[in-house]
Design a protein around this ligand. Structure first.
Ligand SMILES: [Fe+2]
Length: 251
């Protein structure tokens, strides 16, 4: 029996978020549910983050109209759909997005697919906006540059492997950089809105290879979009993410 139930089935109790983290996903939870009195249910816990730059700021590599539709329509839809899916699940509303995605196999079937698609979409796009910027690009810097050199032998080889993974991803998806057990960087393409967060792995950076990310400007030329995208990567932001991951955060 799932430990996550509709609000109407909670019987006056809720799951404490820190207990989820401390106890672990696979741990027995029979004693957890019922440990904490129910709190008021948050109406819409997830919100669309503002773009950290103007929609036209990434021109000419990503055009303003694509940015407006991508952020204001596509990402907003993932947020709205995620909130709608969890409307009756007060316990789940208390989990962070990362926790929600890491507990995917344990979620009730009624919401699992919606969380996978829309929770993944919210996490992926929030990361995506944050690692791009105007006047960015160029060679990686700092600890990220060292990690790339140590894992791939240099930036050119890293870019080539990343672009190939993005080009070969069939249909909609993402190409991510996560960290392996040995601490080395790993390039991983995932379909749809799946993310390494669903495996409990952090996301250092990633590029969106859904057609909605590039089709207005690049049409079917995904490889050209992937090549141009490097002009937008904000290496300082990627270094900030690596520092958080190194501290043990799964972001
Ligand atoms: Fe997208």
């Amino acid at each position: 029996m799932t430990r996550f139930v509709k609000a109407s089935q909670e019987q006056g109790f809720a799951l404490d978020r820190r207990q989820v983290l401390a106890t672990g996903i696979a741990a027995g939870v029979a004693g957890m549910v019922g440990a904490v009195p129910a709190m008021a249910q948050a109406a819409s816990p997830y919100a669309l983050p503002s773009l950290p730059y103007a929609p036209a700021a990434l021109e000419p590599h990503i055009d303003a109209q694509t940015m407006q539709i991508h952020h204001g329509k596509h990402h907003q839809a993932y947020v709205t759909n995620l909130n709608n899916a969890l409307a009756d699940y007060g316990q789940l509303q208390k989990l962070s997005l990362t926790e929600l995605l890491a507990t995917l196999p344990e979620l009730p079937e009624t919401v699992r697919t919606a969380v996978r698609n829309n929770g993944g979409g919210h996490a992926n796009h929030s990361m995506f906006w944050s690692i791009m910027g105007p006047g960015a690009g160029g060679a990686p810097t700092g600890a990220v540059a060292k990690a790339i050199d140590g894992s791939f032998g240099g930036f050119d080889a890293f870019k080539k492997a990343f672009n190939e993974a993005g080009t070969k991803q069939f249909g909609s998806g993402w190409v991510f950089v996560t960290l392996g057990a040995d601490g080395k960087l790993v390039i991983q393409a995932r379909p749809n809105q799946d993310t390494p967060l669903m495996d409990g792995k952090p996301v250092l950076m990633g590029n969106d290879v859904w057609e909605h990310a590039y089709y207005l400007k690049y049409q079917n030329r995904r490889a050209d979009y992937l090549a141009a995208w490097w002009n937008l990567v904000n290496w300082q932001a990627v270094n900030d993410r690596l520092a958080r991951i190194t501290k043990g955060e799964t972001i």
